[in-house]
Design a protein around this ligand. Structure first.
Ligand SMILES: [Zn+2]
Length: 119
């Protein structure tokens, strides 16, 4: 084996390692789960990797939000203030969209299943 070959292998390994680190950072940044809380209780969680539109219909009011490309936005709501609809879309962990009149909170969380956590 020539010295040049060893250098090449090292370079490839370093690049591969850097790629893995970059991917991990990217994954952490974008988050994995949308947690929907209604009146202080967890209503449902959704996978951010899956594009979908969800309608909440509770006690005669509704909120409709969308997950697309890991970005969550409130599409429609019949609340009086409309702050949640005007809120900028969220995509990062700990970002939230709150609908105060309906006591609805959309929050992006890390998305780790409880079973994956080492006890
Ligand atoms: Zn609202």
């Amino acid at each position: 084996m020539k010295k040049g070959d060893i250098l090449l292998i090292c370079a490839v390994l370093i690049l591969a390692g850097a790629g893995l680190i970059f991917m991990n950072l990217g994954g952490k940044k974008s988050g994995g789960t949308l947690t929907v809380t209604v009146r202080g209780e967890i209503y449902e969680t959704y996978d951010l990797a899956k594009d979908q539109e969800i309608s909440l219909e509770i006690d005669g009011w509704h909120n409709r939000f969308r997950i697309k490309d890991g970005v969550v936005s409130m599409m429609e709501a019949d609340c009086p203030d409309q702050y949640c609809v005007e809120h900028a879309p969220i995509a990062k962990v700990n970002e939230t969209i709150v609908c105060l009149p309906h006591k609805v909170v959309l929050e992006i969380t890390e998305g780790e299943e409880p079973r994956d956590v080492d006890a």
